[in-house]
Design a protein around this ligand. Structure first.
Ligand SMILES: [Zn+2]
Length: 284
């Protein structure tokens, strides 16, 4: 009887988590921040994270999402005029969602299969990278100075091109990591890191270090391996796979390595960097 009651409770908990994730994703669709296939990807990512890491991990991913929407809409009209704004009013599609949340959900699944404090550091590093990259891209578009290539700082690139960096973008990235780090400390996402000030500093430091390392990795990969092409219709250089309704022609970089692939790889870099620092300061 006792064991059956336990099973029923566990089932109810999963159902409640599912209902909550569906509710949040439905809100995101209604606010036009994700499209319909993005809804399915968000529910999958959200379920893996809430089931594996609990409500605190889910809250951190939700905070990243809100931050992403906020920086996307910040001076959207101006960014649109520049030509660097997100398409479709900034609504994220399923590849965007998997690129930003895929690794975070794999770390959560890791936590289900084999609980280990290191997974929370990997998770925080991955989410900090996504938050930093989104803030850097969106705020970097508003930079007064032209972006420089991280790999060759003497050369300038078009605002919005991968591999380009600006002081404002860098500041945005650091701020985004501080938000994720502060929340991770408040919610005690890293088990073992109690309320001591030093532990708090450690958690925030892990997020900033992971997010900045991931963003630098993102810019390096964006400059070196990311696919760069040209639209066969309007002849503009573009990083997109399609432009003016036609497939674009590759000119530089690795053909399948488009922006979402680079973003996903950067979350691995950020996660591993965060884990390395967490291990070094004995946080996990
Ligand atoms: Zn075109």
């Amino acid at each position: 009887m006792g064991r059956d009651a336990g099973k029923v409770l566990a089932l109810l908990e999963v159902l409640a988590e599912f209902a909550f994730v569906v509710l949040v994703a439905t809100l995101a669709v209604l606010l036009k921040t994700i499209d319909t296939r993005g809804f399915l990807a968000s529910v999958a990512v959200g379920m893996a994270i809430i089931y594996g890491g609990g409500v605190s991990w889910f809250a951190i991913v939700a905070a990243f999402f809100v931050l992403g929407v906020a920086v996307t809409f910040y001076r959207y009209g101006y960014k649109k005029k520049l030509g660097g704004a997100q398409e479709k009013g900034g609504a994220r599609n399923w590849p965007n969602i998997l690129a930003n949340g895929g690794m975070a959900s794999l770390f959560s699944i890791g936590e289900i299969l084999h609980p280990w404090p290191g997974f929370s550091a990997l998770f925080l590093g991955a989410v900090s990278t996504s938050a930093a990259d989104t803030a850097a891209t969106e705020l970097g578009l508003l930079s007064r100075s032209r972006p420089r290539l991280l790999t060759r700082p003497s050369s300038f690139v078009q605002p919005g091109s991968s591999g380009g960096v600006t002081p404002r973008g860098f500041g945005g990235a650091a701020l985004a990591c501080l938000v994720i780090g502060g929340l991770a400390f408040a919610l005690r996402t890293v088990p073992g890191a109690g309320l001591a000030a030093s532990a708090g500093l450690g958690v925030v430091g892990v997020c900033v270090f992971g997010g900045v390392a991931g963003s630098v990795g993102d810019s390096l990969m964006g400059a070196v391996v990311q696919r760069k092409g040209r639209c066969p219709v309007c002849l503009k250089p573009t990083e997109a796979l399609r432009h003016c309704g036609e497939g674009t022609v590759v000119e530089r970089g690795v053909p399948f390595v488009e922006n979402n692939v680079v973003n996903a790889a950067a979350t691995v870099v950020g996660g591993v960097a965060a884990l390395a620092l967490a291990l070094a300061v004995r946080l996990v």
